[in-house]
Design a protein around this ligand. Structure first.
Ligand code: HEM
Length: 419
């Protein structure tokens, strides 16, 4: 009888601390060490199976084999996701809720958002011209918060923008944090849910009139599969599930600015670039730089993959960052090279910065089109609408911190409009 090959099993009681110390590279470090795209470890006191790569993503997105309910740790739900949102749903209820998100992220909405955003970027320049320097990450957060709320139909006073933007940002930052970072994210979420819940109630009662085509209206009056109206708190969670990630695109904008700074040849190309050049650059930023680290799901029924027996209820973690840097998929993955996207064949499982599979049928992010258009508009603004200097600063970022950013948050000085 042939000896059954063993899937590597990491020794030790629990590796949650290693994960929080190694950050984005936790899975990749072990995959490289064991030379296996699957290994077993213990995280948060539970046996966990870590997987990486295209084939791994393909099984992870098989909704016959995996479910999301019960997969996300409570701490992630209390900061990033919110309780009762689309991320933890399965089956027909999930698809029905997801349809709502897909309809709010279509090309019409993408265009609306990128136009609103470009106008806001441009109108902000005169203020910056009077300042010695600005921190791009902060400005991007505020501008995106203003843009997202205006687009969604959520009333937001100019005086409130900073505070609300910081709350959306803190929910994302709370994701990998313990102690103060976690608490900041949790408090920010409670405050935002109370605010948005109040706005939804005002729309439902008629106190606040909004256009029927707006995301706020759609969320307020969405009917569940059984015909009932969403609970106010859940409607708030879901509206936040659109506004928060739009604000989070500030991270990709900062990494885009960093890439333009580190690769002047790319900037040169985009100065006279067409849409395809912008597209390739944006895709490479989303592949190369770290943002979403891992995804978790639970096994729905027993099955075998790669000689490993997955048992119902097991926790499985898919490595996003590692798959986007998998040398079986990407030639020299740690090189920033937008041209790699020139002839690339469409594949739903090998490039997964915002998840894999078909977004209408599974959990892949519905907001990739929005993300790409917002990034393109912001890069166009940085390259073609303004001139600026990049003073000395620490632009390094740590792969150990989740989520991460260049330490200086990208400081710009001597900003002026291009004539
Ligand atoms: C900064 C850019 C973004 C990143 C890095 C990102 C990343 C992700 C990732 C990794 C997932 C999980 C996929 C999965 O569970 O399989 C996800 C899901 C989701 N994203 Fe995004 N996202 C971004 C922008 C957006 C935008 C602009 C929207 C607004 C429409 C959005 C809304 C959502 C929603 C609602 C889900 C849950 C989908 C589901 O569970 O079915 N995201 N995103």
């Amino acid at each position: 009888m042939p000896i059954k090959e063993q899937v590597p099993h990491e020794k030790g009681i629990d590796h949650t601390i290693d994960m929080s110390q190694e950050g984005y590279l936790f899975i990749k470090n072990r995959v490289d060490k064991y030379k296996s795209d699957i290994f077993e470890t213990h995280l948060l006191g539970e046996k966990s199976i870590c997987i990486i790569g295209e084939e791994a993503a393909r099984i992870f997105y098989d909704s016959e084999l995996f479910q999301r309910n019960g997969a996300a740790p409570k701490r992630v739900q209390k900061t990033l996701f919110g309780m009762g949102g689309v991320q933890s749903m399965d089956g027909a209820e999930h698809l029905h809720r997801k349809h709502l998100f897909m309809s709010l992220a279509n090309s019409h909405h993408q265009n609306q958002l990128s136009k609103l955003l470009m106008d806001k970027w441009i109108s902000s320049v005169s203020k910056w011209e009077d300042e010695e320097e600005i921190v791009l990450f902060d400005e991007a957060k505020y501008i995106l918060c203003w843009t997202a709320c205006n687009w969604a139909g959520v009333p937001l006073l100019e005086s409130e923008v900073k505070e609300r933007a910081e709350d959306f940002s803190a929910m994302v930052d709370g994701l990998g944090g313990i102690g103060p970072r976690y608490w900041k994210g949790k408090i920010a979420r409670s405050r935002a849910e109370e605010w948005i819940g109040g706005v939804i109630e005002d729309v439902r009662s008629g106190k606040l009139k909004v256009e029927e085509s707006s995301p706020l209206y759609a969320m307020a009056f969405h009917r569940e599969l059984d015909g009932s109206q969403m609970d106010t708190q859940i409607a708030a969670v879901e509206l936040i599930n659109i506004i928060r990630p739009i604000v989070a695109i500030s991270t990709f904008i900062i990494f885009s600015a960093l890439a333009l700074h580190d690769h002047p040849e790319c900037k040169e190309k985009l100065l006279s670039g067409n849409d395809k050049d912008f597209e390739m650059f944006v895709q490479e930023v989303r592949r190369y730089y770290p943002f979403g680290p891992y995804l978790g799901a639970r096994v729905k029924k027993d099955f075998t993959w790669n000689k490993y027996e997955f048992k119902k209820g097991m926790l499985v973690i898919l490595d996003i960052y590692g798959t986007n840097h998998d040398s079986r998929i990407w030639d020299n993955p740690f090189e920033f090279r937008p041209e790699r996207f020139k002839e690339r064949k469409h594949n739903l499982f090998d490039f997964i910065p915002q998840g894999g599979g078909d977004p209408a049928k599974g959990h892949r992010c519905p907001g990739e089109g929005i993300t790409i258009e917002i990034m393109k508009a912001s890069i166009d603004f940085l390259i073609n609408k303004i001139e600026f200097e990049v003073p000395d600063q620490d632009l390094s970022y740590s792969l150990e911190r989740i989520p991460t950013l260049p330490k200086s948050r990208f400081i710009m000085s001597n900003i002026r409009r291009k004539v």
